[in-house]
Design a binder for this molecule. Structure first.
Ligand SMILES: Nc1nc2c(ncn2[C@@H]2O[C@H](COP(=O)(O)OP(=O)(O)O)[C@@H](O)[C@H]2O)c(=O)[nH]1
Ligand SMILES: [Mg+2]
Length: 286
């Protein structure tokens, strides 16, 4: 028996539908007109200022107009006040979304998408394991003749403990078997989207499963996803919590909830959750 099941298979095509790209050199592309960049931050007081400085330095060569959105996910350190200060210092460029309490990685990404206003939307994590300038690699692939709707990174050499790499391999197999999802590195937190491609997508997961849920639902809508290798760096400040048992259990629960809902009623399952996009801002009001 095919473990994927006909409803998803029909829309998701084969794993090979993901076009793996060679990693082009960063910054080799023309500037795009506008770009929203956001990052989730949970207790990232040691990273947030350097990340925003890095983004302010890198984004002008990638986009003519850009915004930087910090999503403070109920941090209990100085992240909220540092984020507010950065937004005040760079009033038209840096914005902050605060969660009053910690809601989880997926909820933080959802808030980033909601807040993003421009026609291209991208994110990295807030822990500086990616370089903002490497978003140029994603933009270069987005501009290729195949016209992908989404470009997702895969970590060329993942700079995390071995146990994380092992979990990621098992997760990849599970996603392929249960959802037919052929992404090389679903959790690579370096992704770029045409805003139009996100229309109609609704998401439910508040935790780490959101990255997979997003790609599964985009594939189900027939969106073209390309992949490109991205350098990854060790976390040098702050604490990683992505492998906490609570985080893993929540992801497992969300994984099976979506799988079972899709089996029960694919159409209803795809329509559950909150719309990923907030309102766009017309050019005249910018
Ligand atoms: N794990 C976790 N990360 C969060 C949460 N909310 C926001 N984040 C951010 O998500 C990113 C990835 O977190 P990290 O702990 O480094 O996960 P890992 O890279 O998978 O180990 C960082 O930018 C965090 O600040 C949360 O509730 N849990
Ligand atoms: Mg990390």
């Amino acid at each position: 028996m095919n473990p994927i099941g006909p409803p998803i298979l029909a829309a998701m095509k084969s794993p090979d539908d993901f076009a793996a790209g060679e990693a082009p050199s960063a910054g080799s592309t023309a500037r795009v007109p506008e770009l929203s960049f956001f990052f989730p931050a949970h207790n990232e007081e040691e990273n947030i200022e350097a990340l925003v400085a890095e983004a302010l330095a890198a984004l002008p060569s990638l986009a003519e107009r850009f915004e930087i959105i910090a999503v403070d996910d109920g941090s209990r350190d100085r992240t909220p006040e540092l984020a507010d200060r950065l937004a005040a210092e760079h009033a038209n460029v840096v914005r902050v979304v605060h969660h009053e309490a910690n809601r989880g990685y997926g909820a933080a990404l959802q808030s980033g998408f909601q807040a993003a206003r421009y026609s291209l939307v991208c994110f990295t994590d807030g822990d500086r394991q990616f370089r903002v300038a490497d978003l140029g690699r994603l933009l270069e692939v987005l501009g290729r003749p195949e016209q992908p709707d989404i470009v997702v990174g895969y970590r060329l050499r993942r700079a995390d403990p071995f146990v994380r790499i092992l979990y990621a391999r098992l997760y990849r197999v599970a996603l392929r078997l249960c959802f037919g999802l052929g992404a090389r590195d679903v959790d690579c937190a370096c992704k770029l989207f045409r805003r139009d491609a996100l229309h109609g997508v609704r998401l439910e997961s508040g935790g780490a499963f959101l990255s997979a849920e997003l790609l599964i639902k985009l594939r189900a809508r027939g969106r073209r996803i390309a992949q490109v290798g991205i350098p990854h760096y060790p976390r040098t400040a702050g604490q990683a919590s992505g492998a906490n048992p609570r985080v893993i259990l929540r992801a497992v629960r969300d994984f099976w909830r979506l799988r079972i809902l899709l089996w029960a009623n694919r159409r209803a399952a795809l329509g559950r959750g909150a719309s990923v996009l907030g309102p766009a801002v017309g050019a005249e009001t910018l």
